[in-house]
Design a protein around this ligand. Structure first.
Ligand code: FAD
Length: 470
């Protein structure tokens, strides 16, 4: 019988358990090459986002290499696969988990043409979501635009269960086929800052899931909006690299007793599917506002204000603490993502695409669909977005979600000594207050860079002007 030599091409599914494409590849093949292809066009190692991804890739490689081998190919995808074809002449099948949108989707469509020309049979699978982009449509057969009716259908649908993936190292090709490429990856990641290896990889992801379900899920409904409590699951990073399978998350969640908290958490997982669907339905949305009426906003795009926002030097403590959390840790609490995105777009009138790109660089859980979705929501340009006239007041938000200022104090050491009545509005300090607390406004901490009330009016005007122009 002809030997079937296949490739399992890993991308954002860095795990050996509950992996759809891998389970099929293992079942069907007699010889299997496990592959990760590094495309330098896609990876910019200077960003926190990419550093986090490479840390996960390294953890995965170490895990695989304990009894098998993860082959690394470096360069243009087509040239990489051509190299394999020239080396492994009996290779005739490739397995991978599909990307439904964005860069990955375009890459898949292009490389599939190449595979076809080469006579390589493609086996690709839905794996990243509970429900794929095309699975849930309205009665007219179109994509939903509004979340609630999508969610109503989503929650009634049966969810996929974990896929048995019995790993068989015996069939895996262990000889290093492309030592130069592996060396190139090593050089690429050699200078990256150390990531805490206890918190990454497949095992750490499962532990984090179990910890959240046993310790924090019961408080999720009430505590999830308070950044200082840190009671959200922190699973986004693992879902983004695929260290954790969404089916496993769902299965473990179903073992918990029913509660409002559980339902709220399920709804958050639905947002992940919703934004995936929205990006697949609107492939231009990284560059283009979904709502046509808001394509003509005249953004102010002041470079100094943008720089102050990035550095956490706006004079609005909740915004500054959030941005410093992002800069220092690569993660930001969901409530704070909404606050800083609203602040950038409405209080500074800076184009949401600038913010989206900054988050892309910085977030260790960066996911294009959720990030673009979140930004277009906050900028009121997306589908089912916050209305443009309902503008967050950063100070009111701070008083509500960080009432004692504990979160602010943890990221703004210069304000640590301030009492509650001043922590949200340090610009109100008198000369005497400044002496008492040892802070000089304008030197140790900035005055507010804009006036919220004034900017609120300007933002509403800018959105209304765009509507007239459209
Ligand atoms: P939990 O509250 O524990 O939620 C569990 C999971 O549900 C998350 O891990 C995530 O997969 C999903 N989820 C929760 N909220 C959302 C949401 N609003 N949209 C989509 N999925 C959601 N999430 C990302 O994963 N990557 C991003 O790049 C990203 N960028 C964002 C940008 C902005 C401007 C905003 C407002 C939100 C963004 N989000 C993004 C959504 C959300 O903030 C994060 O998923 C969440 O904070 C991650 O923390 P967690 O895992 O503890 O969340």
């Amino acid at each position: 019988m002809k030997i079937v030599t296949s490739i399992m091409w890993f991308r954002r599914d860095l795990r050996l358990e509950d992996n759809t494409a891998l389970s099929h590849a293992l079942k069907d093949s007699e010889k299997l090459l496990l592959l990760f292809q590094v495309n330098p066009e896609q990876f910019l190692t200077e960003s926190l986002n990419q550093q986090a991804f490479f840390a996960s890739l390294t953890a995965f490689q170490q895990n695989v290499n304990r009894n098998a081998h993860l082959q690394i190919l470096y360069g243009n995808p087509q040239e990489s696969f051509q190299k394999i074809k020239d080396t492994l002449t009996d290779w005739d099948r490739v397995y991978f988990n599909q990307d439904e949108r964005g860069f990955g989707n375009t890459r898949d469509r292009e490389i599939e043409k190449f595979f076809k020309e080469q006579g390589i049979v493609v086996h690709s699978y839905m794996d990243h979501h509970l429900h794929g982009a095309k699975e849930i449509k309205n009665k007219q057969g179109s994509f939903y635009k509004v979340f609630t009716p999508y969610y109503q259908q989503w929650k009634e649908k049966i969810k996929p269960t974990p896929v048995e993936t019995p790993f068989n190292p015996k069939i895996v090709i262990k000889e290093t086929l492309f030592p130069k490429d592996e060396q190139q990856l090593e050089e690429l990641i050699a200078d990256l800052p150390d990531q805490n290896s206890d918190s990454i990889g497949e095992k750490a992801a499962i532990e984090q899931l179990n910890r959240f379900l046993t310790e924090d899920l019961s408080d999720y409904e009430t505590a999830r909006d308070y950044p200082n409590l840190d009671k959200t699951s922190r699973l986004s990073r693992h879902l983004r690299t695929g260290e954790l399978s969404i089916r496993t998350v769902w299965q473990e969640l179903q073992k918990q007793k029913n509660s409002i908290a559980k339902q709220t958490f399920e709804k958050e997982l639905c947002w992940r599917d919703f934004y995936n669907m929205i990006y697949a339905a609107n492939p231009e949305q990284k560059e283009q506002p979904i709502q046509e009426q808001f394509r003509f906003i005249r953004w102010q795009n002041d470079q100094d204000n943008f720089s102050a926002w990035k550095k956490g030097q706006t004079g609005f403590p909740i915004v500054d603490a959030a941005m410093r959390q992002l800069n220092q840790t690569g993660w930001m609490h969901n409530r704070l993502r909404m606050i800083v995105a609203s602040f950038l777009t409405k209080d500074l009138l800076i184009d949401w695409r600038w913010g989206e790109r900054y988050f892309q660089q910085m977030l260790i859980d960066y996911d294009p669909a959720s990030n673009i979705g979140g930004w277009q929501w906050a900028a009121s340009t997306g589908t089912d977005a916050v209305p443009y006239f309902r503008i967050f007041n950063p100070t009111t938000q701070a008083k509500k979600f960080d009432p004692s200022g504990a979160f602010i104090r943890s990221y703004l050491p210069e304000l640590r000594e301030l009492p509650e009545k001043l922590i949200h509005e340090p610009y109100k300090m008198s000369e005497e207050d400044q002496r008492n607390y040892g802070i000089q406004l304008g030197t140790d901490y900035p005055f507010q860079i804009v006036d919220h009330k004034e900017m609120r009016k300007k933002a509403i005007y800018a959105y209304e002007a765009s509507k007239e122009f459209a």
